[in-house]
Design a protein around this ligand. Sequence first.
Ligand code: GUN
Ligand code: FE
Length: 470
Amino acid sequence: FYGAVINPTSLTSYSSSPYCLIAVGSSGDINWIVNDVAPHKLQDTLASKGCVDADVIALKDGEFIIPGFVDTHTHAPQIPNLGTGGQYQLLDWLKYITFPMEAKFADVAFARKTYASVVRRIIDSGTTTCCYYGTLHLEATKVLADIVHSLGQRAFVGKCNMNRECPPDYIEPSAESSVKDTRALITHIKSLPPHGHEHLVQPVITPRFAISCTDDLLSSLGTLAASDPNLRIQTHISENLGEINFTKELFPKAPSYAGVYDMFGLLRDNTILAHAVHLGEDEIQLIKTKNAGISHCPTSNFNLNSGVAPVGLYLDKGIKVGLGTDVSGGFNLSMLNAIRNASIAAKVRSMQAPITSTFSSSSFANKPLPIPTLLYLATAGGAAVCGLEKRIGSFAAEKSFDALFVNVRPDAGNIGLLGLTDSPAVRGSLEEKKKLLDTWLERFLFCGDDRNIQCVYVQGRLVGGRSFHR
Ligand code: GUN
Ligand code: FE
């Protein structure tokens, strides 16, 4: 691949190269990358790498490549509810909106039809890696994993564990059956054939949240987790004040909400904790010590009136953070929307912070998040949260090529990006072109949409985007 590439390098920086050459092997892994290869040097550079007969896919003017987005938290069965229920807070929203919809996935034919269009849409919106919650149903969740597998997305797929505090028609009968079905899902997903050398779809243990699980169930899931340190765990934490109080009532012996998961061996370096809006200091310390990751779900936190998570503080503490759409607590399945709401959430916190903190030496707390940070959270940060930092999230030799081709030309049909390719810098110096790329990225993050996502690659394979459907 040859063209403009934006590559996150740290929480506060990315590199932009208007003329980047990325060599991807047949496995879908990146062999090497050379920045700033001028067009007249392209053939020489290829020859020097021993790649004279390589197939070069050259980006057109007005296109650039970024790593694919990592959605660290979403609920596939809630997409049919997108945009409804915002009048409720969490526990009523679950009762009146969410559980009734999820119950419908007992019907496997309904699940198949719904999940096929859901996963298609999520891929085309630029999510190359997705952490999915299914429903409590084993069969429907197998179908979800099969569809993700066949469409070629990288993902973690979990079946919700929930054996209490749920409606009679949408609850698991016992801790034993919940764990048995979880094991069966894990076996099913592990038996799916790899894509080349890589298992793109992996199982994840998914205790829905502490409230919906008995001590017995959490304890058995802890045992299951201990049997395989590589198994990811995903759950919700400290989202809403009513939820937090109820959790304390249900687990009087636990020191805190985070303490509940820790008590049962479910808090570890590959645990993905969604929300984390109202954590206490001791919980933040515990999460840091265990090296668990946080999925920041700002759209959902606004929409369900949950609060504004102190993500800047978590970043200052060195806690891993990624972004999640949390559909349908969040009303949009696109990570671009999660990025925008993460930006607004940080600005809300900074506006509400005491004036003295504006002068504090913190790097992130109570401050707006800069563009490189937003890009990082949506890509490399999410990769770290799901324990894939060696494989995805940025471009480097030996990482896999999970990428988006973004088209910011007028032919994409998005008036929100008007004028971007008319700039004189398009034909300017290398430095001017790099500056222009900054503008392309910022405008795309805030005003772009699916129309601008030309190609979606996972593990070097074209799996979505506008050109995929042509
Ligand atoms: N807590 C338990 N279940 C859910 C869910 O489906 N969505 C959100 N946002 N929070 C939850
Ligand atoms: Fe959620």
